[in-house]
Design a protein around this ligand. Sequence first.
Ligand SMILES: [Zn+2]
Length: 303
Amino acid sequence: MERRIDFSRDRRMLCGACGHDWRVELDWIDRWDQGVETCPGCGMTCAHEDSPRVTADPADLALDDDRVARFFWYHTSTHPDWPRRNFDPAADLSAETRRMMGGDERVAVWAARQRAKALHVGTYEAAVHNMLRRIRDQADHDNQFYLYRVHLIPSVTVREGWLIDPSDFVGDVALADVCPPGIDVARYLNYHEDPGGLSLALGRNAITRVQGLAVPLPDAWDESWVHDAVAALANASDTELSTVLADRLPTNLRVQFAPAAAFAEGDDSEQWARCTSSLISLISDPGRVLAALDQQDFREVRV
Ligand SMILES: [Zn+2]
């Protein structure tokens, strides 16, 4: 079952100091991050440790256990075959790396720990946020990404309530730490990707099948946007270019998106604009992406 996709929806805030909770627009969060807004309950600014943060929306349908298995979940990866069967994290290590890691025994322990990590799936919005973060922060700028629509087994057992974003602390989380025996999936609150949305930590066995698609779609650019962007680049005005970009994006993605779409000296402006426009279309026209996913074959995951 598909959920409504809305990158710009209001978020729920909760103050750690006074307990006040309330609904805000994305622009409010932007002003809050700049120190312009304060908690309506106690007047605290964002500079304090206990200051308000996004929290789960009590109206979020993913809080309903029965719906969790029926919803479609999403994941972005640079692997064309995620989630890999018989995944061997040590397969690509060179002899030199193995030696530096302390030998085969140590490598085996490390590999077992890698395999024991939870998988993560979330809303379509969270999957797109994740991809943009990876393009911006990590060495994935030129890598091909794949968007996966994840179908869970209908009988999954969902852990009660929700956890605080486990990746907030360590980046990765061991499945056993969030899903004790008898539990297949654990909901957690996102702070960084689709902030305020709920994602799932789960094992491979909770997934029945996936549909995958290379993203952004190869022919998804908007010709008039490309035209405007090329003109802005010809004027060599960074400001104009940021405006062209920002007009198409929700407030909380503008900062994230800019470096992901940064124009580098020597880039071909037309080609750059087409790539960037295709990337924007993941946000501005998700319906087109979902329609393309509908056409993809199912790949069975559970054996
Ligand atoms: Zn407060």
